[in-house]
Design a protein around this ligand. Structure first.
Ligand SMILES: *Cc1c(COP(=O)(O)O)cnc(C)c1O
Length: 387
């Protein structure tokens, strides 16, 4: 086989994800897994039944249409109108994808040339770095720093160069729980217009927003409609992360570009689930309100438990993650801490440092998820008191 490495240069260093390592540790030690963000309770029964009905009726058992089934594209357009007053044509401005993950990959592969620069908030969602690398582009981090984890927009302005093609934003932000304010989004939008940049916005946590924080789609701002690819998914909103139904809303030109890449990635996916998600998107307000109320209770339970165990806790405004600092526990290294935590007290967490290029900013930060049953969270809290 010679001496040339098998894994190409673009992907070297991307190795296996931290989630694989930590989930394996959870299993081998019998620990409570507050690492990977997937709910331990499935979404609404009616939505599951809709998927079963679709399977039985033969809806979606064969290749669905490339852009997604018309019912789902219509439901996505209605959702954007209902929650944000945004009008999208279901035929030309909506594209169904294999989760938000494929939408992110297809958008980056379609819109970037090798050598382009992409500015993204770090800590990054892990697929961003990989997809930017696969596109041959360069990631430029805008570091969100404790304790506020708010973007420094003067720093953003300074990071823009003639090679910058695209801003990749994520609000509500995983893993810090930051929800961008209307003012922050307005400044980001002005910079995008001024420098003629494209924007990809990952909004998979759009409905997981707490207290006084509000989710605002950047595509609604002046000059943004024609330069923004908005991405969301059913996984987080409806607690069906295994279904992998996501979508893009954007101008016809952008949707057409993203579809060009998407059709050679999966072509299509999740036929019967697309019918079920079309129904889920039309659930009444009470579903979304109850979902949020349950998450707030879980967040508060874990925030309180982590604080009393001695962590410094950064209360999230959105998502289902809590970022903590382990310094008050006399610890410095989040990676080492997370590798030893299962043996020490039977809980698994994720070291935020793996989501940073500027590792100094994430060294002592550790992420816990709270999308688990109350009794599981309570047991985890009890175990963590041993620290
Ligand atoms: C979970 C997650 C995704 C992936 O969504 P899927 O629909 O499961 O592909 C994308 N972005 C962020 C920030 C996430 O947390």
């Amino acid at each position: 086989m010679g001496t040339r490495p098998l894994l190409n240069r673009r992907l070297s260093g991307l190795g296996t994800t931290i989630f694989a390592e930590m989930s394996a540790l959870a299993i081998s030690t019998g620990s409570i897994n507050l690492g990977q963000g997937f709910p331990d309770t499935d979404g609404p029964e009616d939505v599951r039944e809709a998927a079963v009905r679709a399977l039985r009726k033969g809806n979606g058992n064969q290749y669905p249409p490339g852009p997604g089934i018309p019912e789902l594209r219509q439901a996505v357009a209605e959702h954007q109108q209902r929650f944000y007053g945004l009008t999208y044509d279901p035929d030309t401005e909506v594209l169904v994808t294999a989760g938000a993950t494929e939408a992110i990959a297809a958008a980056l592969l379609a819109l970037l040339e090798p050598g382009d620069e992409v500015i993204a908030f770090e800590p990054f969602y892990d697929s961003y770095a990989a997809c930017i690398a696969m596109a041959g582009a360069t990631r430029v981090p805008l570091t969100l720093r404790a304790p506020s984890f708010r973007p420094n927009l003067d720093e953003l302005r300074a990071l823009i160069t003639p090679r910058t093609r695209l801003l990749l934003i994520n609000t509500p932000h995983n893993p810090t729980g930051t929800v961008l304010t209307a003012d922050e989004l307005a400044t980001i939008a002005e910079l995008a217009v001024e420098h003629d940049l494209l924007v990809i916005t990952d909004e998979v946590y759009e409905h997981l927003v707490f207290g006084t924080a509000t989710h605002h789609p950047i595509s609604a701002l002046p000059g943004m409609r024609e330069r923004t690819v908005s991405i969301s998914s059913a996984g987080k909103t409806f607690s069906f992360t295994g279904w992998k139904v996501g979508w893009v809303t954007a101008s016809p030109a952008l949707v057409s570009a993203v579809r060009t890449a998407k059709q050679y990635l999966t072509y299509v996916s999740a036929g019967p689930f697309q019918y079920a998600v079309a129904e889920a998107l039309r659930l009444p307000e009470s579903y979304f309100a109850t979902f949020r109320a349950n998450l707030v209770r879980k967040r508060d339970l874990l925030v309180e438990g982590l604080s009393s165990a001695g962590f410094r806790v950064f209360n999230p405004e959105g998502t289902y993650f809590i970022t903590t600092d382990i310094t008050p526990l006399g610890e410095k290294d989040g990676l080492e801490f997370c590798r030893s935590l299962p043996a020490r007290c039977g809980v698994v967490a994720i070291p935020n440092v793996v989501f940073y290029d500027n590792t100094e900013a994430g060294q002592s930060l550790v992420r816990f998820t709270f999308c688990k049953k109350d009794e599981v969270l309570s047991e985890a809290v009890t175990r963590l008191q041993q620290l």
